[in-house]
Design a protein around this ligand. Structure first.
Ligand SMILES: [Zn+2]
Length: 64
């Protein structure tokens, strides 16, 4: 699955296909500068960057 990783917060989001400008599905990366955002597969972000999945983008991610 294609995703976007916020390298600062180490959160991976679903790619925002509905709104390309927000980059992530939930819009959380909207105000984040471009050099902190990396387009990467979700599985790879979790494995290689030790990122956690955004609870708003992934309903199965748990948490709040
Ligand atoms: Zn998100």
């Amino acid at each position: 699955m294609e995703g976007v990783l916020n390298e600062r917060t180490r959160t991976v989001h679903k790619k925002g296909v509905e709104n390309p400008h927000s980059r992530s599905k939930c819009g959380a990366t909207k105000g984040v500068s471009h050099d902190q955002i990396r387009a990467v597969r979700v599985e790879r972000a979790v494995e290689d960057f030790d990122a956690h999945r955004c609870g708003r983008c992934f309903s199965d991610a748990g948490g709040y």
